[in-house]
Design a protein around this ligand. Structure first.
Ligand SMILES: Nc1nc2c(ncn2[C@@H]2O[C@H](COP(=O)(O)OP(=O)(O)OP(=O)(O)O)[C@@H](O)[C@H]2O)c(=O)[nH]1
Length: 295
């Protein structure tokens, strides 16, 4: 008798920097979401799809749980987290081996109880004292009724088969929801915008206050390649010189590095034009956020 097919949604949650994007990317097997050393670089919900012989995993990569920023952006982001958890079949709560902080604890009240939440202890490769693992895990297991615990290294691909096995057990029976070829339900335009945003974060993230997004305003493909215009939207006039850098050096670097990544992603020549627009108070106006594609 043939084995039944299972398909369901899997949310990956955790405080910033625990490795959620890395885990999603490694599981799905392609770079769909940006990875950066800086905290809170993933602001969007991203669906990545992994299809195997007997199951399809639809991953929801939720943004870092926000506590530091006030305003509409924060409320919206927390809503995204709560909603993601209510809608999914399995929740992976990712923590960092040996490092438990207030940020991890803050997420606990949002986690569903019962059989659908798994504790994923990431970065086991970086753990110096392996013997401390048992005490660390016991402490966390006492705080929430997790269904299971799986230590992994997302970066090195350790124990991921085991993790997928635990998830698969909890997916409902049903047909595949996405084409097997699908990597993401976000368009390549979205990923292109993320690439520009990643470069901004890496280069001037420390100086640029929270409030910058990237909108792809033009996308024209022809036999020579693709012409892309990316608009960086900032909150204030004063943010412009930060982005530009001396003699426009920052912008040149952002555009050049983003273009190289886009060429790798699209496997064709990219002509990239990047410019800046000022829109006051965008991060605190839900309407403006929606308009820019945040909801
Ligand atoms: N040593 C080690 N480092 C890891 C592992 N997984 C992720 N990292 C690193 O941890 C950092 C943060 O990883 P991300 O995947 O961006 O973390 P995130 O949880 O998605 O972060 P936010 O987007 O800020 O919420 C990066 O420098 C990763 O390379 C791992 O298994 N081992």
């Amino acid at each position: 008798m043939s084995q039944a097919f299972h398909c369901g949604f899997v949310a990956i949650v955790g405080r910033p920097n625990v490795g959620k994007s890395t885990l999603a990317n490694t599981l799905i097997g392609s770079k769909i979401s940006i990875v950066s050393r800086k905290a809170q670089t993933t602001r969007h919900r991203i669906h990545g799809v992994l299809t195997r012989e007997h199951e399809q995993f639809v991953f929801v990569d939720t943004p870092g749980f926000q506590t530091r920023h006030g305003g509409a952006m924060n409320r919206m982001m927390n809503r995204v987290v709560t909603q993601a958890l209510a809608d999914v079949d399995v929740v992976l709560h990712v923590v960092e081996a040996g490092k438990w902080s207030a940020g991890d604890a803050q997420l606990l009240p949002l986690l569903p109880k019962g059989d659908k939440t798994l504790l994923v202890v990431n970065k086991v490769d970086a753990l110096k004292d392996k013997n401390a693992m048992f005490a660390y895990v016991s402490k966390i297991m006492a705080l929430h009724p997790y269904a299971a615990v799986v230590p992994v290294s997302a970066l090195r691909g350790v124990q991921l088969e085991n993790l997928l096995g635990e998830v698969a057990k909890r997916l409902p029976e049903g047909e595949a929801m996405f084409d097997t070829e699908a990597l993401t339900d976000r368009s390549v335009r979205f990923i292109a915008a993320e690439l520009v945003r990643e470069k901004i974060f890496r280069l001037v993230g420390d100086e640029l206050p929270y409030g910058c997004t990237v909108v792809i305003e033009q996308w024209e493909e022809n036999d020579k390649g693709v012409r892309i215009a990316a608009c960086i939207v900032v909150e204030r006039e004063t943010h412009k010189p930060i982005l530009l850098g001396t003699g426009g050096a920052h912008m040149k670097r952002i555009a050049s590095e983003a273009r190289q990544d886009m060429e790798k992603l699209l496997d064709k020549s990219v002509f990239l034009d990047v410019y800046i627009k000022v829109r006051k108070g965008w991060s605190d106006r839900e309407g403006a956020l929606r308009e820019l594609g945040y909801e």
